[in-house]
Design a protein around this ligand. Sequence first.
Ligand code: HEC
Length: 131
Amino acid sequence: MKQLRLFIPILFAALFTFSCAPKPTLEVPEPYKKGQQYFHEVCSNCHGSDAMGKHTQAPRLIDEEYIVDNFSDADISETVLNGTGKMPPQRKNVSPEKITEIIKYLRYSQTAAGLEAEDSEDDKTEEVLTP
Ligand code: HEC
């Protein structure tokens, strides 16, 4: 019986946690599922479902500003571990493996959203040519 008394609050705590965290809405290929899962455990309460930001102060990470050219993998790790002025450090909530998976997932999502690294200049040529 003692075990049951312990189990019930834990069950409720778990249900509560899961029901509060925004759910991922995008289906990602198998290699990115782990990262998506970790992102939704650790980051999405602030950064939103699918890292799309919206109703919190935390920025949308699926954004030009955070593609690899502008915000490197090392920058992401650094941010996660140590936080920033406004973001609390997440050192306690992640392992190096989790950070790696989260970064993989974020890079995939950025590319899937059509955000591309700067060296594919093709699209920009037109704008540059028009005086
Ligand atoms: C408690 C809320 C919270 C959590 C949890 C959180 N963040 Fe943030 N994050 C923020 C806020 C707020 C900012 C904006 C910080 C600023 O403007 O200084 C931010 C900024 C960032 C930035 C951009 C930093 C910059 O210098 O522009 C990255 C990248 C980032 N977070 C990644 C993550 C990742 C990955 C996770 C999960 C491992 C995570 N965050 C978890 C609140 C959070």
